[in-house]
Ligand binder design. Structure first.
Ligand code: C5P
Length: 303
């Protein structure tokens, strides 16, 4: 983190999972889909470091050569937009010609874990601190929403209900189960393609978004009580696009002996536990019997 005079700011950027994700039919205007989602952070982190520099522009280094480092990366995109905006408004207490950013990438890409969005959100938090803007979570979330539907959540987290396109965020109690198994199949799902298949399949019922569950009650439930209530409306189109993912979902469900859900538009699958030891033994069974990359994560971690 940073003291007010520091030139450098370091922060982990957590992944998220969608515990519950209801999707309505696309809106006539922009084709986006209205959502109702309970999102939580999980203890799987990218790491970011930012330094204010005299050289103009944003430079990004990354330990994963597969990650683009140009303006298509949300770190670069959000940092440029914030620098441009503060230059125009004169709002910043400190000025900077440019920013040098370093990203240690640990959250799989195209996995429904919001890694790119989290990187973008924590870029804005870092620059807010370094430039002395002191924006509220709401201001940061409003600024971030143009860069993607999932960014705003990260300013509020760790357990929030997201509506609109995902950018309207209301924090709620953290869920009682503290542990999840994440199954990371290494399948890259393209979010727009999953939504397109959702439309082709004629899915999406506006009514499923009208009545919100009693979140206060849901947050008190044990894993085995909560899991049967959870829905992800993007599973059917994701499984239709990727039969191997559908097959893995069926096998994982048999092996762990409890309900397995998908996060976001996939491909990460997860299930929930109250007890850490039980979580570990499920991970071991999945690794041994399916040979899949699975790991234990804490929900809503402190960091
Ligand atoms: O906002 P984000 O970058 O996550 O969206 C990626 C794509 O997913 C959008 O371009 C759109 O095709 C689809 N999407 C949608 N409705 C949402 C969120 C995303 O149709 N609420």
């Amino acid at each position: 983190m940073a003291d007010p005079a520091a030139n450098t700011f370091r922060s982990p950027a957590p992944a998220k999972i969608n515990l519950h994700l209801r999707v309505g039919p696309p809106t006539a205007g922009d084709g986006f889909h209205p959502l109702l989602s309970w999102m939580v952070t999980v203890a799987l982190f990218d790491n970011l470091e930012f330094t204010l520099v005299d050289t103009p522009g944003i430079t990004l280094s990354c330990d994963d050569p597969a990650i683009p480092r140009d303006a298509s990366n949300l770190v670069v995109k959000t940092a440029s937009a914030l620098l441009d905006m503060t230059r125009a408004s004169g709002e910043a207490r400190r000025s900077a010609s440019g920013v040098a950013a370093a990203l240690q990438k640990r959250i799989p890409v195209g996995a429904g874990l919001g890694g790119g969005s989290s990187d973008g959100a924590f870029t804005l938090i870092a620059l807010d601190r370094l430039l002395g803007l002191n924006w509220s979570a709401q201001q940061l979330g409003d600024f971030a929403a143009r860069f993607g539907s999932d960014l705003s959540f990260f300013f509020h987290g760790p357990s929030s209900v997201c509506t609109g396109r995902g950018e309207i965020v209301n924090p709620i109690s953290i869920p009682k189960p503290r542990w999840a198994v994440l199954i990371l199949p290494g399948i890259h799902m393209a979010t727009p393609a999953v939504y397109r298949r959702f439309d082709e399949m004629g899915l999406g019922d506006a009514k499923s978004l009208e009545i919100q569950p009693s979140w206060t009650h849901w947050a008190t439930l044990d894993a085995l009580e909560l899991l049967p209530l959870l829905i992800n409306d993007l599973e059917a189109p994701a499984f239709s696009l990727s039969p191997p993912l559908a097959e893995l979902h069926a096998r994982a469900t048999r092996i762990v002996g409890r309900i397995v859900r998908m996060s976001g538009s996939g491909s990460t699958l997860f299930t929930l536990f109250d007890d850490r030891d039980e979580t570990e033994s499920s991970v071991n069974r999945l690794r041994l019997e399916v040979g899949v990359n699975a790991q234990v994560v804490e929900l809503c971690p402190n960091f």
